[in-house]
Write a protein that binds this ligand. Structure first.
Ligand code: COA
Length: 354
């Protein structure tokens, strides 16, 4: 297996800014139970989720991304005196529109005129794919400073009357700034594993609105085809096996063992999935970073939101060794190693803590 170690002569992507942002509207399990045939106990025991934040009508993914992006740039400014970025990547499944991408608008609203800007579509794995993309752009010297934002408004694609999915997803955005640095310094994006299996595209899907079943040309979709659909049980099984296998691959490539990991930071799909991944890896569950209870599954935003929340609480500290792992529709998966750097501020904490 190739080691995919960053070349010692190439610059590494080093984390220097971090922030999370969630909309102010909190929706509890009890509130959902008022309109759905469900209850707080069922939701908590099956998913570990107690509440989630949902966007207001008219609030789009770019609105959330801009808030998180602005805070992350401010955080990076405190660290290295430069609040700019030459590249903006938005990982999302819920772009403002099918065309154009959301990232150029976000860049413009942040005053990053002329920055390269594009979206990454890897569903809930989007943030890890984005990290790998940013690392590649920095290593090849195409970019020197990347603002990577994971942002999703699943409330815009989930049927609010679909009790299986409406209980799981929340809206939010998380962002990091990556600068060119040295592979050995804390914050350097380390060994990465990425993968996919499109044969299972039907497990997580919005069927209509793309070129396969376009809204244009009179092809009126059914309500079910317009909405997000997921085969929950099968997804659960794949999520555990794929995240655990990918995490192992990243560790193998780095010549590390699970004992070397201080914190596992998985995509916040569902608390049972997170614990099963930790169990599979032989890691104590206490080493698993989780904030799914208070934000739900926020798609591409979930890992940076979990990082921002854990850093703000002092749960992860400079020098700690982190293993990030994600899984999402596609199917896609990915993992990455990272030693936590010293970051100046975590201004997102008021919005993500209970
Ligand atoms: N409240 C009450 N009952 C519900 C419910 C809800 N919100 N949603 C589903 N049910 C019912 C089902 O209708 C089913 O009833 P039946 O046995 O009478 O047919 C029963 O609960 C079991 O449904 P099932 O889907 O098999 O439950 P589950 O234990 O697999 O839990 C999920 C459902 C969605 C919580 C679970 O499959 C899951 O977490 N999957 C992964 C989802 C995820 O994290 N996706 C993101 C990956 S990126």
């Amino acid at each position: 297996m190739p080691s995919n170690a960053p070349s010692p002569s190439a610059p590494a992507a080093v984390l220097c800014g971090l922030a999370g942002w969630v909309p102010s509207r909190v929706v509890t399990n009890d509130e959902l139970a008022e309109r759905l045939d469900t209850d707080d106990t069922w939701i908590r025991t099956r998913t570990g989720i107690r509440r989630r934040h949902l966007a207001d009508p008219g609030q789009a993914t770019s609105d959330l991304a801009v808030e998180a992006g602005r805070l992350a740039l401010r955080s990076a400014e405190g660290g290295s005196g430069d609040g700019s970025a030459d590249t903006v990547i938005v990982a999302t499944t819920t772009p403002d529109r099918p065309c154009p991408a959301t990232a150029p608008l976000v860049a413009a609203r942040l005053g990053l005129d002329g920055a390269a800007a594009f979206d990454v579509g890897a569903v809930c794995t989007g943030f890890v794919y984005g990290l790998a993309t940013a690392a590649g752009l920095i290593a090849s010297r195409v970019a020197a400073r990347v603002l990577l934002i994971g942002a999703d408004t699943y409330s815009t694609i989930v049927d609010p009357l679909d009790r299986a999915n409406a209980i799981i997803f929340g809206d939010g955005a998380g962002a990091v700034v990556l600068r060119a640095g040295h592979p050995d310094e804390p914050g350097a994006v380390g060994h990465v594993d990425l993968g996919s299996d499109g044969a299972h595209e039907d497990l997580i899907m919005v069927a209509a609105g793309g070129s396969r079943r376009p809204y244009a040309h009179g092809g009126e979709p059914t309500p079910a085809q317009r909405h997000f659909a997921m085969r929950g049980r099968e997804v659960y099984r794949h999520a555990v096996t794929r995240m655990a296998a990918s995490a192992r691959t990243a560790l193998d490539r780095a010549g590390r063992k699970t004992d070397d990991v201080d914190h596992l930071v998985p995509h916040q799909a569902n608390l049972r999935i997170l614990h099963s991944v930790a169990d599979d890896l032989g890691l104590p569950r206490e080493r698993c970073v989780a904030n799914v209870d208070s934000v739900g599954n926020t798609g591409a935003a979930s890992i940076p939101l979990a990082l921002a929340d854990a850093a703000a609480r002092g749960r992860i500290r400079p020098g700690d060794r982190l293993l990030l792992t994600a899984f999402g529709g596609g199917l896609t998966w990915g993992s990455c190693l990272l030693t936590w750097p010293s970051l100046p501020t975590h201004p997102q904490s008021e919005r993500t803590t209970p």
